[in-house]
Design a protein around this ligand. Structure first.
Ligand SMILES: Cc1cc2nc3c(=O)[nH]c(=O)nc-3n(C[C@H](O)[C@H](O)[C@H](O)COP(=O)(O)OP(=O)(O)OC[C@H]3O[C@@H](n4cnc5c(N)ncnc54)[C@H](O)[C@@H]3O)c2cc1C
Length: 426
C-alpha cells in the first residue's frame, strides 16, 4: 500500500481483490459472483438497503425475460432472483410461466412484480452468504488512479474519510460516478419527469382483504409520470442530467410539490403515501464510453464477445446480445462497470439498463474480474471464451438461437427506425 499518494491524509483500512461501488442489482450480482470465486470482495453502498432503483427506487418489476412467443431469453442470476423474489414476497409470475418455459407459444410475457423491501433483504442475504464484505451508509467518493490504473477508492462514512485498496474496481453506482470522477471517459444522458410513490387507500385495503392478497394494497401515486420515450414531457419542465446536487434537488422539489397538489383533491382520512422513492428515479444519467456501444441496429447480431442474450422488453421478437466491450475500456486495465452505466446508445442504452440485463452484466463483471485476476490479464483482454464458458455453466444464455429470429426484421421503435434512433438519444 506504500505507493498510495493519499495515504498521509486518510485512514487506510484494508486491501481487497475487488471493490464494487454501488449495491443496486448490478452491484450485488457483481459482488456475489466475485466472492463466490474466492476473491476478497467489498461492496460499498451509500444507502442502507440493497437493490438500488429496483428496491429503494420503488421500481419493483422484472421486465419481460422472453421473446413474446413463449421462449425464454434471459436466464442466469436474473432468473434466479426473479424466482427468489416470489418465494417470500408477492408472486405475480404469470400462470403460463409458473413452472418454467411454457410448452405452447404464448404472448403472455415472463415478468414479476415483487415486494421491494423483502427483495432488498433477500439481496442482503445473498451478499452475506457469498462471503463478500459489505459496508452500508458508506459512499465511494473517488477512485485513486495512478495513470490509468486504479489503486483503490476513497470513501466517506461515519468513520470519516477512508481509503480501501483494490486490484480491480467495479463501478455499479448506476451513474458511473466513481469512474467519471477518476477521469475515465463517460457519456451523459438526460431524464424525463417521472416520480412514482407507493400509496394505500381504503379502496385498496378493501380489495387486498377481499382478494386475500397483500399486493393489492399498494397503488402508484405519481408526480411526473413520463415514460422512457419522453411522451408528454411538458415544455416548461427540464430534462434533468441528475449529475449535480442542484439538478437532483430541482427534480425532487418539483415532484414533492406536485404530489402535494394532487393530494389536496382527496379526502385525507382515506389515503396515505407509504413509501417515497429513496433515490431519484432517473433512467439514464451517465455511462462509460466503453470499447463498444450497444445500438438498436445491433438487433439479431451475434457478437464474438457476447456475455448474454437479452430481449427487448417492449417489442416481441426483438433480440440482442450484450458485448463484453460495453463494460470495459482497453486503455484502463483494472476497471469495469455493469448495469445502468454500461455503454449503450439511444434505445440500446434502454435495453441494457433494465433490471434483468443489469443483473446479467453484473454477473458477467463479477466472473470477469475473477478470470482477469487468476490469469493476470488486463480486464479488457481476458479470455472471452473462458468467460462465456463460466457464464454458461451459471445458466446464462450467451447467444440467442437463430430459429428465434423472425422473418420480418423491420425495426420500428416508437415510430422511428434504427438509423433515426441510433443517431440520437430517446
Ligand atoms: C422511472 C423508471 C422506471 C423503470 N422501470 C423499470 C421496469 O419496470 N422494469 C425494469 O426492469 N427496469 C426498470 N427501470 C430501470 C431499472 O430500475 C434500473 O435501470 C436498474 O434497476 C439499474 O440497476 P443498477 O444496479 O445498474 O443501478 P441502480 O439501481 O441505480 O443502483 C446503484 C446503486 O449504487 C448506489 N450508489 C450510487 N452512488 C454510490 C456511491 N458513490 N457510493 C456507494 N453507493 C452508491 C445507489 O445507492 C444504488 O443502490 C426503470 C427505471 C426508472 C428510473
Amino acid at each position: 500500500m506504500e505507493h498510495i499518494k493519499y495515504e498521509k491524509y486518510l485512514t487506510v483500512k484494508k486491501k481487497y481483490d475487488v471493490i464494487v461501488c454501488g449495491g443496486g442489482v448490478a452491484g450485488v450480482a457483481a459482488a456475489v459472483s466475485s466472492a463466490k470465486n474466492g476473491l476478497s470482495t467489498l461492496l460499498l453502498e451509500k444507502s442502507n438497503i440493497l437493490g438500488g432503483l429496483g428496491t429503494l427506487g420503488l421500481i419493483n418489476l422484472f421486465v419481460p425475460m422472453c421473446n413474446g412467443r413463449g421462449k425464454q431469453i434471459i436466464f442466469g442470476l436474473a432468473e434466479k432472483w426473479l424466482r427468489k423474489s416470489a418465494e417470500l414476497g408477492w408472486d405475480t409470475i404469470p400462470f403460463e410461466w409458473k413452472n418454467g418455459e411454457p410448452k405452447e407459444e404464448t404472448k403472455v410475457r415472463y415478468i414479476q412484480r415483487y415486494s421491494p423491501t423483502i427483495f432488498a433483504y433477500q439481496l442482503t442475504e445473498e451478499i452475506t452468504k457469498s462471503g463478500a464484505d459489505i459496508l452500508f451508509d458508506c459512499m465511494a467518493i473517488d477512485p485513486v488512479m495512478e495513470g490509468n490504473v486504479c489503486r483503490g477508492v476513497i470513501t466517506e462514512s461515519k468513520g470519516g474519510t477512508e481509503f480501501y485498496g483494490c486490484r480491480i474496481l467495479i463501478d455499479t453506482t448506476g451513474d458511473c460516478d466513481v469512474l467519471r470522477r477518476g477521469g475515465i471517459p463517460c457519456e451523459n444522458g438526460e431524464n424525463f419527469f417521472s416520480f412514482f410513490t407507493k400509496m394505500v387507500d381504503l379502496e385498496s385495503c378493501k380489495k387486498a382483504v377481499e382478494m386475500g392478497d397483500i399486493r393489492y394494497l399498494y397503488k402508484d401515486l405519481s408526480g411526473g409520470s413520463i415514460n422512457l420515450f419522453g411522451d408528454g414531457q411538458p415544455d416548461d419542465i427540464p430534462r434533468w442530467s441528475g449529475l449535480s446536487a442542484e439538478n437532483v434537488t430541482d427534480y425532487i422539489v418539483r415532484n414533492h410539490l406536485l404530489i402535494l397538489e394532487k393530494l389536496k383533491n382527496s379526502d385525507r382520512k382515506t389515503r396515505d403515501i407509504v413509501t417515497s422513492p429513496g433515490m431519484p428515479q432517473f433512467r439514464t444519467t451517465c455511462h462509460i464510453r466503453g470499447d463498444y456501444s450497444l445500438k438498436l441496429s445491433d438487433a439479431y447480431r451475434h457478437f464474438h464477445d457476447s456475455i448474454c442474450a437479452i430481449n427487448d422488453f417492449e417489442h416481441r421478437d426483438h433480440l440482442f446480445e450484450i458485448p463484453f466491450r460495453c463494460l470495459v475500456r482497453s486503455d484502463y486495465p483494472n476497471i469495469i462497470t455493469a448495469g445502468r452505466s454500461a455503454d449503450g446508445t439511444g434505445y440500446g442504452w434502454d435495453l441494457l439498463r433494465v433490471i434483468p440485463p443489469a443483473i446479467l452484466t453484473g454477473q458477467a463483471a463479477g466472473e470477469a474480474v475473477s478470470l482477469a485476476l487468476k490469469t493476470g490479464k488486463n480486464i479488457a483482454e481476458l479470455d472471452i471464451k473462458a468467460l462465456q464458458n463460466t457464464l454458461e455453466k451459471n445458466d446464462v444464455m450467451i447467444h440467442f438461437p437463430d430459429e428465434y429470429i423472425p422473418e420480418d426484421r423491420t425495426v420500428n421503435i416508437h415510430g422511428k427506425n434504427a438509423a433515426e434512433i441510433d443517431g440520437g438519444h430517446m
